[in-house]
Design a protein around this ligand. Structure first.
Ligand SMILES: Cc1ncc(COP(=O)(O)O)c(C=O)c1O
Length: 346
């Protein structure tokens, strides 16, 4: 792989220097000062803020445009089009398969097992399929807490899987919802688990979905260097997104972020309790994230009824493993009260 050496990478940006090397426009627009220039690809100060936030070294991070961009980069790096495959465990986040299909690379599904009212990884089957050379699996995606089920998977099981797959494929652990999770992050395991790559995002816990800031973390620093120098866009992070990320990672705002997460978790608990009182609800899957997967009769009709009343839910009812299920993101107390009120009148 040969990377693109951008003007920004070659020269940096220093005060008092005249930059005529990047075909930028020298004129600033009033109110948008500085935006006539390309951003630094991976600003060091922000890398340091991420490193402190996630408890890793800044040499173990690549900052990306949301975790979504990291998914595309990883699929591109590890998978040979028309030859390799990724392994997923449905029901899970749909973008893993979408990015694979776009390459195109194959998707092998080892579905989650539904047991005791929750979902579990089919660990032995995952290991068997991912180590079978005929399958050409290059990436195993595990989402924990998993979207849309809300399930967190045991760190010990993920370590067992990583160890069994060493030399076969990488394990990409999507921790987009880790800030809401009691199970917590596996970032501390990165040093001892070289085939583990963790995805994090500021979209969920940090209220920054609109700015598209995420990252990948990996203990293998050579891999991080390879991604930064050879596999990314020349200028992946918009200047305003970089500034917003700094802001939410500052100590004062992190306190607010923490309070908001506590409010969401409190509301999740209240909603679970209140929803269970309704005889229209058949099951609520245990959640370690900021949403609930809810099984009810007439799920599709319920979604339509809610939409008629200006409340939009995510309908998973047509999929076999989530038959009659809807996913409810936890809102503010007032928004959640509206859901309970409408459930009564449904
Ligand atoms: C499991 C999971 N991973 C990744 C993403 C994408 O995150 P980002 O907004 O950082 O691109 C989402 C978004 O909903 C998600 O649910």
């Amino acid at each position: 792989m040969q990377g693109y050496s951008s003007a920004g990478m070659e020269s940096g940006k220093n005060q008092g220097v005249i930059y005529l090397n990047a075909n930028e426009n020298p004129y600033e627009i009033a109110g948008l000062e500085g935006l006539n220039r390309y951003p630094e690809p991976q600003p060091l100060a922000l890398l340091e803020a991420y490193a402190q936030n996630y408890g890793v070294d800044n040499s173990q991070i690549v900052m990306t445009r949301g975790a979504d961009e990291a998914l595309v980069i990883l699929t591109k790096i590890f998978c040979e089009p028309n030859a390799d495959k990724i392994l997923i465990s449905t029901p899970t986040f749909g973008m893993y398969a979408v990015d694979a299909n776009a390459m195109p690379v194959g998707v092998l599904d080892v579905p989650l097992i539904k047991e005791n009212g929750t979902f579990a990884l089919d660990k032995d089957n995952i290991i068997e399929q991912a180590t079978n050379a005929d399958n050409n699996i290059k990436i195993l995606f595990i989402c924990s807490p998993n979207n849309p089920t809300g399930t967190s998977f045991a760190h010990e099981d993920i370590i067992d899987i990583c160890e069994a797959l060493e030399g076969h494929c990488v394990v990409v652990l999507d921790e987009a919802y880790a800030e809401f999770s009691k199970t917590g992050s596996m970032a501390l395991d990165l040093d001892s688990t070289p085939n583990l790559i963790i995805l994090r995002t500021l979209s969920k816990g940090y209220s920054l979905a609109g700015m598209r800031m995420g990252c990948m973390l990996c203990g293998d620093e050579d891999f991080i260097t390879l991604v930064r120098t050879k596999a990314m866009d020349a200028y992946p992070l918009p200047i305003m997104s970089i500034e917003a990320a700094f802001h939410v990672l500052s100590p004062e705002i992190k306190e607010v972020v923490h309070e908001n997460i506590e409010k969401i978790l409190g509301e999740r608990e209240r909603m679970e309790k209140e929803l269970k009182k309704s005889n229209k609800i058949n099951h609520i899957y245990p959640s370690d994230a900021n949403f609930l997967l809810i099984e009810l009769d007439n799920a599709k009709e319920f979604c339509e009824y809610m939409e008629e009343n200006n409340v939009i839910l995510r309908d998973f009812s047509s999929k076999a493993q989530t038959k009659n299920c809807i996913r409810l993101s936890i809102g503010t107390k007032e928004e959640n009260d509206k859901v309970l009120e409408l459930l009564q009148s449904f």
